[in-house]
Ligand binder design. Structure first.
Ligand code: HEC
Ligand code: HEC
Ligand code: HEC
Ligand code: HEC
Ligand code: HEC
Ligand code: HEC
Length: 437
């Protein structure tokens, strides 16, 4: 589940940005093959529409302010909403040989108000509930334009929980209970840390107004595609510092700490945070989307595991070095072992080898991996990491139910092999000698 900020007028943690992967299998008389030519694969978001996003009071702040945050980027082209990588709410997917899947990156999905029962996410700013579990329809056509196959998948996106504390932090610091008040308070507090930088006094384009600020310009964030933080002055060469500041341009430096590091480490140890939420070290939903929705909703949850079982407490995440190397296979959990610095026994690496996956600087050995005989992504059979089949949310189970009549991981051999068993089983997990990538 991707997190998006409700408003983008003052600061931005993460932009609207969801990525869909689809594997296409050609089922003939023998073993399935994965065609790479002769087909087009396309996606269409269902609940998000261009008109709906343009009219949305929150998304419209993204449309207005994103060009200041990402100079050169235009979120609206010919009346259509376009994400940071150029993909909109519908389009074609590109074949990626490494994952053997078709990918559309950076879809600008955003939780809408639908007025229906799917509006289960509460709004930390007090607005109406919104729908976080969106749908994308995926269609495969041949070169003649005939539809060969269709499926649908869940595109989850939600607001994080910062506001649930930071509106109060704003008031405690003498600012109004609004996103802007929260930004000013956060900026002031940031000015009191070793950086001296009051974020609210940074004016990126010299128009005399503070913000909007993107944290990952100074704090490395691989989720923003970074391998180093770009630096504020490099992104905004014409920036100015507003009057009243007690720092200078010489102080406006990139941080030695990643974005994951500053957020997790600071909040795990701060006495004022602990006074607001004494259980902050184990309450990941204080920030990660738990506001009525529970981003963690898979079979591992049904089996009784919590965020901390696999990832560790905030304090462990900080002290073990996970946050210094975020979004990385070296620190994230896999099916065979919990996250770096966490102990616990997981699935047998002999029976269910994760095989290491392929080297990727972004995300772990579950997402970047294929199993069975070598071609099929773990996620194709098992679903998304925190919605692993059978998930607690009906919507995440739709594809497996349609294919094999069971919400469990794909195990009915005949779904893919017409000549093999029509009953459900556990496909071999070893790759039979196949080496990745
Ligand atoms: C459990 C409540 C809580 C949550 C949730 C929370 N914060 Fe905080 N945050 C605080 C408190 C309390 C402070 C310190 C206030 C003080 O010292 O007066 C703080 C301080 C900060 C600071 C200033 C730290 C510094 O020294 O520079 C930043 C920046 C910040 N928070 C960002 C965030 C962001 C971004 C999120 C969401 C991802 C978030 N916070 C979620 C309670 C929270
Ligand atoms: C202009 C650069 C810049 C921007 C933009 C920026 N920071 Fe920082 N931040 C720093 C520097 C420098 C430090 C000092 C830490 C270090 O590297 O030694 C710091 C420190 C922090 C700390 C204290 C960490 C600690 O444990 O001491 C927090 C929390 C933090 N930043 C959060 C944020 C958040 C949240 C945002 C976006 C709203 C943000 N920062 C934007 C440069 C920046
Ligand atoms: C104070 C707010 C806050 C709390 C509390 C929090 N997180 Fe996060 N977490 C974030 C933000 C914001 C990001 C996105 C950082 C980025 O974009 O790099 C994040 C990213 C992550 C990541 C991916 C990056 C990485 O470090 O590998 C993991 C894993 C993670 N959080 C786990 C947890 C777990 C587990 C808990 C509870 C024990 C938790 N978080 C509690 C704010 C928080
Ligand atoms: C059963 C173990 C398990 C539990 C429980 C779990 N996670 Fe994860 N989490 C993983 C694995 C495995 C990955 C790495 C997936 C990959 O990239 O291959 C991951 C990755 C993440 C990431 C990085 C982004 C992503 O989706 O890859 C975040 C953020 C995160 N977890 C947060 C949480 C939070 C918050 C909770 C609790 C609400 C939680 N996790 C519960 C196993 C778990
Ligand atoms: C062709 C489909 C398919 C692929 C690909 C696949 N699995 Fe599985 N896997 C299954 C099925 C079906 C089960 C049995 C699930 C059940 O008992 O409900 C299973 C079971 C498992 C289990 C044991 C779960 C338990 O309940 O004990 C683990 C761990 C696992 N798989 C990990 C992986 C990993 C890691 C990958 C990728 C490297 C992967 N799988 C790839 C279909 C697949
Ligand atoms: C999601 C689709 C999928 C499912 C479900 C699936 N397989 Fe496969 N299987 C493949 C693909 C694709 C290959 C071809 C090798 C490759 O490209 O990875 C394959 C290859 C094989 C092979 C090696 C080739 C051969 O025919 O000797 C065996 C054995 C096999 N599968 C057995 C099974 C059994 C048994 C099941 C059910 C328990 C099963 N598979 C379920 C996709 C699947």
């Amino acid at each position: 589940m991707h997190c998006a900020c409700p408003t983008s007028s003052s600061f931005l943690l993460l932009p609207p940005f969801n990525t869909i992967r689809a594997q296409v299998l050609q089922i003939g008389a023998n073993d399935p093959v994965l065609p790479t030519t002769g087909i087009t694969v396309s996606y269409q978001m269902v609940e998000n529409t261009d008109a709906g996003l343009i009219a949305d009071a929150y998304f419209s702040t993204w449309i207005s302010y994103a060009p200041k945050i990402f100079p050169g980027y235009q979120p609206l082209v010919n009346g259509k909403v376009v994400g940071l990588t150029g993909n909109g709410l519908s389009g074609t997917m590109t074949y990626d040989a490494l994952s053997k899947s078709w990918i559309a990156t950076g879809i600008p999905a955003f939780p809408p108000v639908t007025g229906t029962s799917t509006d289960v996410m509460t709004d930390p700013l007090g607005g109406p509930n919104r729908t976080p579990y969106l749908t994308a329809n995926v269609t495969v056509k041949n070169t003649a334009g005939t539809t060969l196959a269709t499926t649908s998948t869940v595109v989850p996106v939600a607001f994080g929980g910062c506001c649930s504390c930071h509106l109060d932090v704003a008031v405690a610091n003498g600012f109004p209970r609004t996103p802007d008040g929260s930004f000013k308070a956060m900026g002031k507090l940031h000015g009191q840390n070793s950086s001296k930088i009051d974020l609210s006094l940074l004016d990126p384009d010299g128009d005399g107004v503070g913000g909007p600020i993107r944290c990952s310009e100074c704090h490395l964030d691989p989720a923003m595609g970074e391998t180093v933080a770009p630096g504020f002055a490099n992104v905004h060469p014409n920036y100015t510092i507003l009057p009243g500041a007690t720092f200078t341009k010489a102080d406006v430096k990139t941080s030695t700490m990643t974005f994951s590091q500053v957020l997790h480490n600071f909040h795990s140890g701060n006495a004022k945070v602990l006074a607001m939420k004494p259980d902050i070290n184990t309450n990941c939903y204080a920030c990660h989307p738990g506001n009525g929705i529970e981003c963690y909703r898979g079979v591992m949850k049904s089996d009784g595991y919590t965020c901390v079982s696999c990832h560790g407490t905030l304090a462990v995440r900080a002290s073990s070095g996970q946050t210094a190397q975020p979004w990385n296979a070296a620190t994230l959990p896999s099916c065979n072992k919990p996250a770096k610095g966490v102990t616990g026994s997981c699935h047998s690496s002999t029976q269910y080898p994760d095989g290491g996956g392929w080297a990727s600087s972004f995300e772990g050995k579950y997402i970047n991996n294929r199993g069975h005989k070598g071609s099929i992504l773990c996620t194709t059979c098992h679903g998304a990491p925190h919605a692993d089949a059978p998930a607690q949310t009906a919507k995440d189970n739709v594809q497996n139910l349609a294919l094999q009549g069971s919400a469990r991981a794909l195990g009915k051999c005949s779904v893919c092999h017409p000549k093999k068993s029509t009953s459900w089983g556990v496909p071999a997990h070893t790759r039979g000698g196949a080496v990745l990538p």
